[in-house]
Ligand binder design. Sequence first.
Ligand SMILES: [Zn+2]
Length: 107
Amino acid sequence: MGLLKRLFGGSPARDAGIYLYVRCDTCGEPIRVRINPGTDLSPVYEGAGDDEAGYELRKQILGNRCYKLIEAVWRFDRRKRPISSEIQGATEITAAEYEAETAQPGA
Ligand SMILES: [Zn+2]
């Protein structure tokens, strides 16, 4: 499996990063959080089986504009897609919202 993946998979050893976006409740700064799915996600076990039911990420986020520490917990499904989040001190936003606010036309 490894060999085939290496032949057809593009850049092999590199797990694509997952990007998550939040807005700081204190100052309104949009913040992008890059996580490494290979090292940052902890498996979550639920029910009777030994298989992981999904993954969890606990992250402390600090923006640039203020010193309010944001505590975030994201849940991911087995395919490492984000399914829910609980964020203290910030609100989750979409990539589009982040891009719209951080784009600097003419700057
Ligand atoms: Zn802030």
